[in-house]
Design a protein around this ligand. Structure first.
Ligand SMILES: [Zn+2]
Length: 61
């Protein structure tokens, strides 16, 4: 399955629903991948409001 990004929290997911925020609006039109290993220690993660480790898209259209 193609990976897509959640339009709400930008998490990159493989399914049809975002496991992070339960959002079902996913887009395959995203650019940039940000890997958050430890959201508590990541400044970018904090800025983006990320609370869960994972791969995130920088921009989602
Ligand atoms: Zn989400």
């Amino acid at each position: 399955m193609k990976e897509r990004a959640c339009v709400k929290c930008h998490l990159i997911v493989y399914g049809n629903i975002c496991p992070n925020c339960k959002e079902s609006s996913l887009s395959d039109d995203f650019t940039g991948v940000l890997i958050i290993l430890d959201p508590e220690k990541s400044e970018i993660g904090k800025k983006m409001g990320i609370t869960r480790a994972g791969r995130y898209a920088l921009k989602v259209r």
